[in-house]
Design a protein around this ligand. Sequence first.
Ligand SMILES: O=P(O)(O)OC[C@H]1O[C@](O)(CO)[C@@H](O)[C@@H]1O
Ligand SMILES: [Fe+2]
Length: 181
Amino acid sequence: MKNFTSELSVGAYLKAGANKTVRTLSQLKDLYSNREEVNRILENEDPVLYEVFEMPPSPKETDLLVNITVLHAGVVGEEPFMTKGHFHQDPDTGEVVIGLKGSGILLLQNRKGEIQEFPVEEGKVSYAAGGWGHRVINTGKEDLHFLAISGANMIHDYETAVKLNFKSLPVENKERISANE
Ligand SMILES: O=P(O)(O)OC[C@H]1O[C@](O)(CO)[C@@H](O)[C@@H]1O
Ligand SMILES: [Fe+2]
């Protein structure tokens, strides 16, 4: 990554050289448990769930990945918009998450099925240690902006998240919902 300085806003970050990746519902439809609702939404539109603005890392594995993510507000059935969720292939590679705007949850789950939830909002910094899968969920009514920093040698492991049935809703709600079913 080249030297840069930027305000912590998407516009400024783009001007400083960030690349943008867009994730839409049609790309991530298997994340949501209410299939009928997914299909109903997709009949009309393919909403953008989140956008990741990332500074291009150097090809060297010792570099850092620094990105700002904008996770939009919305729901698919009862489930709020969320990131796909992944583990890092190398269990020694963690990630820092710093809330900038909006409110949400960083949901962590390890291979033993243990779960932790941390707030993502302005003024809060959290660390997802290696070995903990992580997903961000926008539980608020406005877009959630956060900065994430990890090692550039990090390889996303999405398969483990699927295999372990990575949780979606904030766990309390999930328990409350299934208790009421
Ligand atoms: O790779 P995924 O699961 O789509 O999520 C991307 C997001 O995940 C993060 O690793 C934060 O958990 C960010 O880098 C980015 O916002
Ligand atoms: Fe990550």
